[in-house]
Design a protein around this ligand. Sequence first.
Ligand SMILES: *Cc1c(COP(=O)(O)O)cnc(C)c1O
Length: 429
Amino acid sequence: MTQAAPKSHAGEQDVDLTASALDHRIEANGKLNGHANGPNGVNGHANGHPATLPALDASKLTVHTADPTAREVPDEATACSGNETICTDHMVTCKWTVAAGWEAPELKPYGPLTLMPTASVLHYATECFEGLKFFRGFDGKLRLFRPDLNARRMLMSTLRIALPGFDPKELEKLIIALVAKDGRKWLPRDRPGSFLYIRPAVIGTQPQLGVQAPKEALLFITASFMPRMDSPAGGMKLHTSPEDMVRAWVGGFGYAKVGANYGPSLLATAEARARGYGQILWLYGPEGYCTEAGASNFFVVWRAKDSGKLQLVTAPLDDKLILDGVTRRSIVELAKIRLPSELEVVERRYTIDEILEADGEGRIVEAFAAGTAFFICPVSAIHHRGKDITIPMSKTGESGLYTAKIKGWMKDIMYGNEQHEWGVVVDEE
Ligand SMILES: *Cc1c(COP(=O)(O)O)cnc(C)c1O
């Protein structure tokens, strides 16, 4: 006799296994963390068997303060000139085990982690991460930009690789705790208009070889310097991906910020760099769909072939091929609200041949890459199979007009020139 499968999702899971498993986990995690199960809360186990165990809880944060005189804050240029990322005085860590749930998170001096050589992450890429910045505003305040979206995305990435769930609100509080602790010293008030980079990550730490969902994990958050990459002289030049390499595929995990997406892309990126290009424009399928530029989303402004309308075009999210960038989403939302009659926002599949055709007909207006690291970075050229497409950069020759306009709005929100709900003010210690 065949075993009776749970009724509701059985058939759907057979054809749509990963998507429905992930959706169910996110749903279950939300219910568990959202419910009033006492102060300890409840925590979804990575394997989908919920157990009443301590949830991630920022209110339990323990604090060990570093000696504030031990390290001086370097200037931005010095900090970004070496081969090691310079982090602030503190980091946040939090351990999880399948048996005991999330331990109390710790805010403590920045330093190395210890891992056994058999740790899951070192062999099976059980790792995911986030990237967001905090900003020293022109009004003197510290701000994060839409950190709730990063926290939610990190939950999705974490569950995708069978690591333990948590309430994204608690992750957001831990990020805020680190920024509040180190912001005053490391992003001083006399450096308005500057930022530091926050890197939350979760790794599988169980020291046992064997391909399985880790029974131990570590969440950690660091804050560091990061070079400005949003305005390379003459714009960013892209080289399309080679025919024999795919960054992400339908049914894959390109939509999750998991480490496994990035290591394998470095070979093509290094080759493109050697040829004088900044990033790869990742194409997909025999049709050559344009997906992302390096680890950033990609936008083109063109005049539509049929209607002649000015359009802001970017790849869609529904096929789960690209990362749902916070920057991408914000640009789409701002353009819809603030340029409704000027610029039609289009999220659809489009091919490199459409770009070539538009270029041939003089319909390309501008293009840019968008993500936290590159912010909004004007693109000046695309190289594809021996052909070079030159993208106009009409405004001062360094950026397209719409690129500059949207970037200006985003900057104003990040640095407090415009009071906006996306700019979350952090009270510093
Ligand atoms: C992080 C990332 C982005 C940008 O996302 P933001 O939330 O805007 O920083 C885009 N594509 C990939 C592949 C990424 O890893």
